[in-house]
Write a protein that binds this ligand. Structure first.
Ligand SMILES: C[S@@+](CC[C@H](N)C(=O)[O-])C[C@H]1O[C@@H](n2cnc3c(N)ncnc32)[C@H](O)[C@@H]1O
Length: 231
């Protein structure tokens, strides 16, 4: 089995939750780099086909080699492209966008919404693991009509990471600053006594104490969090 980092295991766990193992479909890994997620999806029978996209040729070749070496050359395709450009989505697809900046993720999703009909988008699950700008990603998702199905956190080599599983439903809403910065799903888990999320929030609180000086959204989120914590 392809060995994954703790962060990628967290991403894969969200893919497992999204996939229908009885009828495996496509997993599309956007920004696949090494191609490890695709290999594991095929090894575990989570997907019948994997599509990798990469904006650069060298990592695309790495993905193609990894899939070929694992014996999955015939069940995978690798494209050098920007995001999902030229890869029409199909109902049942699971799309992974991991290890990228939040603004990059937003631009890939915006284009996917334009290129694919709403009906298709409503039947595609997105697993998103932004490296930064979580609050901007969550605000975008909520305002655009995505619904948060789940969010997980992990601690890998002294860094905290989070991963969201979202589906487009066309139901647009506005998040509070607290929800945008901490995550509606994670706030719910925190309020239910989740220890892993409590550790993550303690880390966010100290990070936000510094970032609030230059970011009014984070300042307001931190104030809201402190008020709610006292209640
Ligand atoms: C830090 S790596 C993360 C790789 C892997 N997804 C992971 O989580 O370990 C980000 C990868 O995304 C690729 N990338 C960045 N922007 C992209 C885009 N718009 N479309 C496709 N690939 C992109 C980069 O070339 C790079 O290989």
């Amino acid at each position: 089995m392809q060995i994954l980092t703790v962060r990628l295991e967290m991403v894969l766990e969200q893919v497992r939750k999204a996939c229908n193992k009885d009828v495996p479909g496509r997993v599309i890994d956007v920004g696949s780099d090494h191609g490890y997620i695709g290999v594991r999806c095929l090894e575990e029978g989570l997907a019948d086909t994997v599509i990798c996209t990469e904006i650069h040729k060298a990592p695309a070749q790495k993905s193609a080699d990894a899939l070929e070496e694992a014996g999955f050359g015939g069940r995978s395709e690798v494209y050098v492209t920007d995001g999902l450009k030229g890869v029409p989505l199909k109902e049942g697809d699971v799309v992974v966008i991991a290890g990228m900046g939040g603004l990059n993720i937003i631009s890939i999703l915006t284009r996917a919404l334009k290129d694919n009909g709403y009906h298709v988008m409503e039947n595609v699950t997105f697993v998103l693991q932004p490296q930064k700008s979580n609050e901007i990603v969550r605000n975008y998702l909520a305002k655009t009509g995505f619904v948060f199905e789940d969010e997980s956190v992990c601690y890998d080599r002294e860094i905290f990471y989070n991963c969201m599983r979202v589906v487009f439903k066309g139901i647009c809403r506005t998040l509070t600053d607290e929800e945008a910065c901490y995550g509606p799903v994670l706030l719910n888990r925190y309020n239910n006594g989740d220890k892993e999320v409590a550790d993550y929030f303690a880390h966010l609180n100290s990070l936000f104490e510094v970032r609030q000086r230059s970011n009014p959204v984070i300042r307001s989120a931190l104030e809201e969090r402190k008020r709610n914590e006292c209640q």
